[in-house]
Design a protein around this ligand. Structure first.
Ligand code: LMR
Length: 325
């Protein structure tokens, strides 16, 4: 009788605690909630918790609050975070293939990027790091990059000798070296201060990042160069992902697809509004670049393609180029 009672109460306690403890899923990123990635992360939380009520709790950590650049990949491998969405420029340690996304002036616009990502070659890249324990759940857009500095950069020679903050990417390093500038790899969370204190003279980023991180306060000129891309791969630890109960993996997977679509719509629809906000702040001057200027930059940076062709693979570069048509 006593044993039965004990068994019943421990079963009850087990049942209660199983019910009371949803699986915690941490989603960490480095940008603001208002950006496409920030919005996608919050949408994922909403959808995942709706699809898997009581089973999962998604905690979103924006603005490098939990892990910044450099630490988030390690944290994913250790299981300290479950979902991250690093910029495609930050995967150099894991695969050289994704360097294709950093080649300057490769994609004519974000729609071309989207077409390439959804091509066979683009989809295959989501699984290119499985051996390293990383599974890509999908691509997420931010947008095209603009150059900024404290002087106008009409010609590539204007950048000579200037220090530019770059992401962790050898291609971006080569891109700035090609115009005689000095690139410096810095974490995203350090950019504002680096610009403010003159550690660097300029940087390259999207309208949503320039606005939400107030880079326009500490830069006098923003050139409408659209010379490159900031996009993301949403990734998980393969072992963790494959070990999830099937119903949870399915629910999370569906939630992520919808959240990515939501974030991508924001990226497509809101870049112009972020640009307007930067202009309306009346701090930095936003300068258009004419065809001659853009051609000069394109020509100056073109040797970078050859330099990285061996690592990326000429076929992949061609596949990416085809998406422009
Ligand atoms: C950067 O480091 O400049 C950006 O890639 C940050 C981000 O995640 O958009």
């Amino acid at each position: 009788m006593k044993l039965k009672h004990l068994l019943a109460s421990s079963l009850l306690a087990w049942g209660l605690s199983a019910q009371a403890a949803p699986m915690v899923i941490k989603f960490s990123h480095v940008v603001a909630d208002s950006t496409p990635k920030g919005q996608a992360a919050l949408k994922f939380k909403e959808l995942a918790e709706k699809k898997l009520p009581g089973k999962v709790e998604v905690q979103v950590f924006p603005n490098s609050q939990l892990f910044g650049d450099g630490k988030e990949m390690e944290a994913l491998a250790l299981g300290d975070v479950q979902i991250i969405a690093p910029s495609l420029s930050k995967f150099g340690k894991y695969t050289k293939k994704l360097q294709v996304f950093d080649l300057p002036f490769l994609f004519k616009d974000i729609q071309a990027v989207d077409r390439f990502q959804h091509s066979k070659a683009g989809e295959a890249l989501l699984h290119s790091m499985e051996k390293k324990g990383i599974t890509g759940l999908g691509y997420l857009h931010n947008g095209m990059k603009q150059l900024s500095a404290n002087k106008p950069l009409g010609n590539p020679s204007d950048a000579k000798g200037l220090k530019f903050r770059i992401q962790q990417s050898d291609v971006l390093e080569a891109q700035f070296r090609a115009v005689g500038a000095n690139p410096q790899k810095l974490a995203f969370s350090e950019v504002y201060q680096a610009l403010q204190t003159g550690v660097v003279d300029g940087q390259e980023n999207t309208w949503s990042n320039i606005y939400s991180k107030k880079f326009y306060e500490v830069q006098q000129y923003i050139m409408e160069s659209n010379h490159g891309l900031v996009d993301y791969m949403v990734i998980v630890n393969s072992k963790w992902w494959n070990g999830l109960p099937a119903d949870i993996r399915k629910g999370l997977s569906e939630a992520m697809s919808e959240a990515i679509k939501f974030g991508n719509d924001a990226a497509f629809n809101e870049a112009a509004a972020f640009r307007e906000k930067v202009i309306a702040a009346h701090k930095a001057r936003v300068l258009p670049m004419n065809k001659d200027h853009l051609d000069a930059w394109r020509t100056a940076m073109k040797p970078v393609w050859k330099q990285f062709e061996g690592e990326i693979g000429p076929d992949l570069i061609q596949d990416a180029q085809k998406a422009n048509n």
